[in-house]
Design a protein around this ligand. Structure first.
Ligand SMILES: [Zn+2]
Length: 344
């Protein structure tokens, strides 16, 4: 009962707060998700088994018993979620309602994920400062560990564009991470990570954590303000804005997408995994993976991730050319070396 009352009081406070200060962003967010499609889920199934075994063998006494950590080790946030439901005034749905007010409602359906925001941190001089929600000491330690690793992978010039770090979950897989702009300036961004998809049972990073962060950084690299020019002509227009002629994404689009964009527009609903997967199969050797076939933004983010993570391609298929594309930029080749020094 005490908990319910506390929940109600918090709910009221949040309602008041929400009406005054929308969190996060100003309702003009465009979310760039990294979700797991059909193929990746199959691959991840094996990763999950390995992670599970690792968790099993590393399991020690401290993981057992009744403590705040227990929910993490379930590797499923069902209990955790229920607890937060009592305070569930602020979740993605409420955010969606708010966003509807200024006509950006369409974007909120992007992805169809039933996400729950667990905590929102502001980034103050590179450190986390709890802004919304609550976290036990062990949860906060985990969130800090996630942020520290993510921040170390993202070059400083771009890391400073991230002003909020959101902990959001929709359970295992589904949406694993996203990055979204805070406003039209494209100089302030929120990075969101799902703890369930970030660490395994013993709080060690899952095998694809670095990759996920690099994918989101790929969006930041290709969609931030220095890539945009509203007065440009005949350049690619992303939901975030019109790209400069010599921006990475516009060059990538002109090289790899002008032949297929009409077909893509006609046949692919980006929210439909089946559509995206069908397009991927219809264009063999064109995409580095199925998720890349979602749209040009995801294609460049996935190709960039392959550029950072993998060895230089030796083939000359379109999917290889998309990775080789990045080697023409010295600043990106340097960046690759730096990031590869951090990934394990
Ligand atoms: Zn993405």
């Amino acid at each position: 009962m005490k908990k319910i009352l506390a929940g109600l009081a918090m709910a009221l406070l949040l309602l008041i707060n929400l009406s005054a200060t929308p969190i996060p962003g100003n309702g003009e967010t465009v979310k760039h998700y990294h979700s797991l499609g059909a193929i990746q889920q199959t691959q991840n199934f094996f990763d999950a088994i390995i992670d599970w075994f690792n968790g099993f063998f590393y399991y020690d006494d401290s993981d057992y018993g009744y403590d705040d950590d227990a929910d993490y080790f379930d590797n499923d946030y069902s209990d955790y979620g229920d607890e937060y439901d009592e305070y569930g005034v602020y979740d993605e749905d409420d955010n969606a309602d708010y966003s509807d007010n200024d006509g950006y409602g369409d974007y909120d359906d992007y992805g169809n994920y039933d996400e729950e925001v667990l905590a929102v941190y502001l980034i103050e001089d590179g450190d986390l400062d709890l802004y919304w929600g609550e976290a036990s000491d062990s949860e906060e330690a985990l969130y800090e560990k996630m942020w520290t690793q993510a921040a170390s992978l993202i070059p400083d010039d771009y890391e400073t564009l991230i002003i909020k770090f959101e902990i959001t979950t929709d359970g295992t897989d589904g949406s694993v991470a996203y990055i979204c702009n805070e406003d039209d300036s494209l100089q302030t961004w929120t990075l969101s990570l799902d703890p369930v998809d970030s660490v395994n049972r013993n709080n060690k990073f899952k095998s694809d954590f670095d990759e996920t962060v690099i994918h989101e950084f790929g969006h930041l690299l290709t969609l931030s303000y220095d890539q945009m020019d509203n007065s440009a002509r005949n350049t690619y227009v992303a939901e975030d804005g019109r790209l400069k002629a010599d921006s990475y994404l516009n060059m990538f689009f002109q090289m790899f997408w002008t032949d297929i964009i009409d077909e893509h527009n006609q046949n692919v609903d980006e929210e439909s995994e089946d559509d995206v997967y069908g397009f991927y199969l219809d264009h063999p050797n064109m995409f580095v993976n199925d998720y890349a076939a979602t749209n040009p933004e995801e294609d460049i983010a996935e190709s960039f991730t392959a550029f950072i993570m993998n060895n230089r391609p030796t083939g000359n298929q379109v999917s290889d050319q998309k990775v080789l594309f990045f080697y023409q930029f010295n600043e990106l080749v340097e960046m690759r070396e730096e990031i590869r020094g951090i990934t394990d």
